[in-house]
Design a binder for this molecule. Structure first.
Ligand SMILES: [Zn+2]
Length: 415
């Protein structure tokens, strides 16, 4: 189990007249709906990185989105069991290691360390369970063994690599997460590195559970043969193990809707007889130079590069929060300058002993966040309070402290 440094979250007294639940856009439902329990513990799983390249702003945008979810639940008085995986063995990692001549496990541990440092700098609250694929191989094997008791698991007819597959398309409701029809799913699967055309598969959309060792690749001995797990079953096994069945939220970037989250949902339903999660929530994609930021295209802006160039991590955080989590947008360097200016305006109020009262602004921030994480509206509420406090003489001696705590608790920005 990995982790990063804990983050303290100040308690903020409750506000009058704000929604008592967090509502989010559920991809399967295609509507905004309350997510999380009314009391007790909320359970959330977010797909983690494959550690072969450093954290870019698209990743940071995703993990900040679910950090806001965790903060909103904590602010509602709920406990939160947040679990995240790290795919520390997978094809792209092995390919990158082969290209650079580095050992794959060394590359993974370097990149995990950099990711954790970036998350700490951005004040992302660490997951309770941050679990690697490699340490979970025994767990994944046990899940596949149990799934294999159904008629949904088979070995492909390939004498050299008789890999194990799951009959995804046989599961009732398959397609509900993405809303795609079968032909479209096959096309997207093919375009995203899937293997719909592999000879011997019973259905093009069957998903890989366990692949036998290829030459030169790491492999683990098991009852299934010497090999390693597929990506979807890794997330299913880790999430169910650490959260239990039918948890509240499955999350990730929108590029994970299909095939990853669709296939995870089918496997989890076959395994537990219940939906994997109540809601599927997805963050938008960040572009650079006109295209989605991605490692494969090489158009990346890295959190670590911005930090090295001297950017205040709180300004990076504000630059990301200035966009609604579901929107797709393009990173421009001026966005960091704008965030720096905003942070300076906010911090200027700290020099004053008094400000205008904070209660209405805190209620507006809470209302915005609980309404599908409208961070831009929350930032605008703070802007208005800062402007009013700077413009007029005021005598509320508690307001500055109350706002500092609320901005920290709800937005994760420390002034
Ligand atoms: Zn996943």
């Amino acid at each position: 189990m990995y982790s990063w440094a804990p983050v303290s979250v100040p308690a903020v007294p409750p506000s009058e007249d704000v929604p008592g639940r967090l509502s989010l856009f559920d991809t399967s439902l295609r509507a905004v709906t309350p997510v999380g329990p009314e009391s007790g513990e909320a359970r959330m799983y977010v797909c983690g990185i494959t550690p072969y390249d450093a954290t870019h702003l698209g990743h940071a945008n995703t993990y900040l989105t679910f950090d806001l979810v965790q903060r909103a639940w904590l602010d509602l008085g709920l406990g939160v069991n947040y679990s995240q995986n790290v795919t520390d063995v997978d094809d792209p990692l092995l390919e990158r290691a082969a290209q650079t001549g580095q050992d794959w496990d060394e590359l993974a541990s370097d990149q995990i360390e950099l990711f954790r440092t970036d998350m700490e700098a951005l004040r992302v609250i660490p997951p309770r369970h941050y679990v690697g694929a490699v340490e979970s191989i025994g767990l994944v094997v046990r899940y596949i063994e149990r799934l294999a008791e159904t008629d949904l698991v088979y070995q492909i007819d390939d004498p050299e690599h008789p890999d194990w597959y799951f009959r995804t398309a046989q599961v009732p409701g398959f397609g509900a997460v993405s809303g795609l029809d079968e032909q479209r799913m096959i096309d997207v699967f093919r375009d995203n590195g899937g293997d719909p055309d592999r000879p011997g598969k019973r259905h093009p959309l069957d998903s890989l559970l366990w692949q036998f060792a290829r030459r030169g690749e790491p492999a683990w001995e098991s009852s299934l043969g010497a090999g390693r797990p597929g990506w979807h079953v890794e997330c299913v096994a880790i999430s169910l193990q650490h959260l239990g069945p039918h948890f509240d939220l499955q999350g990730g970037g929108r590029d994970l809707i299909f095939p990853h989250h669709e296939m995870c949902a089918a496997q989890a339903l076959a395994f537990t007889g219940e939906p994997m999660a109540d809601a599927c929530v997805h963050s938008g994609l960040v572009a650079l130079d006109g295209e989605k930021m991605s490692k494969s295209k090489g158009n990346l802006e890295l959190v670590s590069r911005l930090r090295k160039a001297g950017a205040d991590p709180m300004a990076i955080r504000l630059a990301l929060l200035a966009h609604h989590y579901r929107s797709d947008w393009e990173w421009r360097p001026e966005m960091l300058d704008e965030a720096v200016a905003r942070l300076e305006r906010w911090r200027s109020v700290l020099n004053d002993a008094t400000a205008v009262p904070a209660a209405e602004t805190i209620a507006a921030m809470r209302t915005a966040i609980r309404n599908d994480l409208d961070a831009p509206a929350a930032l605008a509420a703070v802007d208005a309070w800062v402007a009013a406090s700077s413009a007029m003489t005021s005598d509320d001696v508690d307001a500055v402290g109350e706002m500092v705590a609320a901005i920290d608790a709800l937005l994760g920005v420390r002034l």
